[in-house]
Every structure is written in C-alpha cells, then in structure tokens.
Design a protein around this ligand. Structure first.
Ligand SMILES: Cc1ncc(COP(=O)(O)O)c(C=O)c1O
Length: 369
C-alpha cells in the first residue's frame, strides 16, 4: 500500500488547509488533519477507509494499456464506462454522470439543493463533506442522531427538516458502517418536502450485499445516488465516481461545475472493474472475514464496538478518542477519527489481516497503558 512521504503529507496538508479555508474537506484530508504529523513509511494506515487491495488485475492492465494514449482526451472511453454501468444496472445512459470520485458529486449536489433558506439534513455521526459545503453556502445544517440501532432516523430527519433542500443518507453510514433499512429510505422519499432531494451515498454499498436505491432513481423519484470506485474497487487514488439521477436533477447538479473530461486511466480502470465478474463478491468476502475476526478479538478482550457491515467500525475507547488516536500513532498504527457526538469512540478501517494483527497488539498496549 502506498505511504505518504513527508513531502506528500505537507502537500496534502496544504490542500487540506486550502479546503479548510473554503470550509470543506474530503475523506483523505480529514484523515491527514487528524494525524497532525506525517507517519513513518511502514505505518499501518487504517484511518481513511481505503482499500488495501488496490485496483484489480483487469483494472491495472487497462490502465497500463491506455498510457500511450494519455495524450488524448478520449471521451469515448467515458461513454463506454457509462454504457457498461447502464447495461449492468438496467439504466438509461443519460441518468449516469461520471465524476472524479464522488466528492465533487456530493459537494455540487449540496451547492445545487441547499441555500440560506433550504437546509441540509444529515445523520449524526455522519460523513462531514456535505455539512461543510452547506456551511459554506450559508445553509442550515440539521444533524439528527442515529437511532438506537445506528440507522438514520428518517422520521426525526423529516420532523427537523421541514425547510430541507437536501436529505443526505449514507448507506451504509460512514463512520458507523451501519445500514438504514430500504423501507425507511422509501418512507423518507415519499414524505419529504416537495422540492427537496434525497441524496443516497452508496460509497460502501457493495461491501454489504444489501439492496441498493437505484430502483428509486429508475422510478423517477427525487433521488440522487452517489457511487464511488474508491472503496470495494480499490481506485481511491485513481479517482472515479458516478452520480445517478433523473437527467433534470443530474443537470442541475453538474451545471454547478461538472464540466470537465475524466482522466482516461480512471475510466478504463472503472470499466474493467465493473466487468470483472468476481471482484465485488470476492472483496466483500475478504473484508467481512477480516472484520469478523477483528470483532471476535475485540469481544474476547471485552471491548465495545458497533457491529458494522462496511469496511470501517467504531470502537469505544472510554476516554477521549483523540488521546487513543495519538497513542496509536506512536505505535505506528494510524486510526481515527473521532466524531464530536461520540467523543470516546474512534473509527477504525478494516485493513489486511497483517495490518489488523498489528492493530490488535498496538490497541491492547494503548488500552492497558
Ligand atoms: C461516505 C463517503 N462518501 C463519499 C466519499 C468520497 O469518496 P471519493 O471522492 O474518493 O469517491 C467518501 C470517502 O471516503 C465517503 O466515505
């Protein structure tokens, strides 16, 4: 797995500072901000929900093969990604818009549908990007605690968001890795204020095997589904995502700045990944196995955690989470981050078997100290 050098840390820190000045940060920037200092090249990095397996072989081959053509924009390759996804999912091609990771799609959706009079309604704890963008556009951010089972409390979200422009559902949720039942999402979509949208962020959906929300898009609902190739497909550093919505909604979002060509390496890698018949099932199995082994170890040692269906989970460290994050960094294991509503809980990403073994030894030392 590639490591950040001091130089790249400073570069990313600078990017984070710039983004912080704009008041929004993406997952890797938030991870770097929580790290506070560069880490050693051999550190275990399980703090940004990355996939240690990286691109599948077909994606690597596709990227290598396209390099000589890197001097051309080749938008036909993006068309091929769209038609491949359309065919697999039974969607019309104009419902599918590729983006450079799903970060711009979420940020631009927030800009399009929130305003000083249209609030952004989200779960707490939840993925922060849309909250930061809403803050930037002057929209009210409504944070609604998760239910006792760590699902989105859609009824409370509806009650708190009569002025909502955008309801953000992350399924499974980041940071808890927990699912919101599809029936609850359907209830939200049916009962939301008329001119609002529901953005369903399915960054981690493939890791669960649960039903996705594409049928709501197909049914013409006011729903935007976000997908990324950064998680199960292992293309975080290659940068490819998809916004899937009714064309009028997609146009409204991307009119806000989505005019650009996609990197050819990203689209060919994404297309090859979609065409790999075994990738999703195989990686879901690997992640679930290592996650379960980690949960068994945590249970056996008396630690409290939230059972997750994703590649990250929260563990209760029963003291300020940042202290444990810093102590783990001294052990060369990067974990975190901490959400204000759960100050004694720390998010851990599921890494490789070897990484999780190192995590266990370091965690035991830190917790017993
Ligand atoms: C819930 C969620 N949405 C969106 C993203 C953005 O991912 P990317 O821009 O790499 O596609 C992330 C990144 O970790 C995430 O956790």
């Amino acid at each position: 797995m590639p490591r950040f050098s001091r130089r790249s840390f400073l570069h990313l820190s600078a990017a984070a500072s710039t983004a912080a000045a704009l008041r929004f940060m993406t997952e890797p920037m938030l991870a770097v901000a929580a790290r506070r200092r560069p880490h050693a090249p051999d550190a275990v990095v399980i703090d940004a929900n990355e996939n240690p397996l990286g691109p599948c072989q077909a994606a690597r081959d596709a990227m290598a093969a396209i390099l000589p053509l890197g001097g051309r924009y080749s938008d036909n390759l993006t068309d091929e990604l769209v038609s491949t996804f359309a065919q697999i999912e039974g969607l019309k091609t104009d419902y599918i818009r590729p983006t450079v990771g799903s970060t711009p799609a979420l940020a631009l959706s927030t800009v399009a549908f929130t305003s000083p009079t249209k609030s952004y309604v989200t779960a707490d704890p939840g993925f922060e990007l849309g909250m930061m963008v809403s803050d930037h556009v002057g929209a009210r951010v409504v944070k609604v605690p998760l239910t006792k089972t760590y699902a989105h409390d859609v009824r409370a979200m509806l009650a708190a968001g009569s002025d909502a422009g955008l309801f953000y559902i992350c399924n499974p949720n980041n940071p808890t890795g927990t699912m919101t039942p599809k029936s609850e999402i359907e209830y939200l979509v049916e009962n939301k204020p008329k001119d609002s949208v529901v953005v369903i962020d399915e960054a981690y959906i493939h890791l669960t095997g649960a039903p996705n929300a594409l049928d709501l898009v197909k049914a013409g609902k006011d729903v935007i589904v976000l997908r990324t190739f950064s998680k199960v497909y292992g293309l975080a550093g290659i940068r490819c995502g998809l916004l899937i919505a009714r064309p009028d909604l997609a146009d409204k979002v991307l009119d806000r700045g989505g005019i650009n060509f996609m990197p050819v390496t990203a689209v060919v890698a994404a297309t090859a990944s979609l065409k790999d018949p075994n990738l999703v099932a195989e990686r879901r199995r690997i992640n679930a196995t290592i996650r379960q082994q980690t949960f068994d170890w945590l249970s056996h040692n008396g630690y409290t955690f939230i059972p997750s269906e994703s590649n990250c989970f929260m563990v209760d460290v029963k003291r300020p989470g940042q202290e444990v994050r810093d102590a783990m960094a001294k052990e060369n294991v990067m974990v975190g981050r901490v959400w204000p509503i759960m100050p004694t809980w720390v998010r851990i990403t599921v890494g490789t078997q070897e990484e999780m073994t190192k995590f266990q030894s370091a965690f035991q030392r830190v917790m017993k100290a």
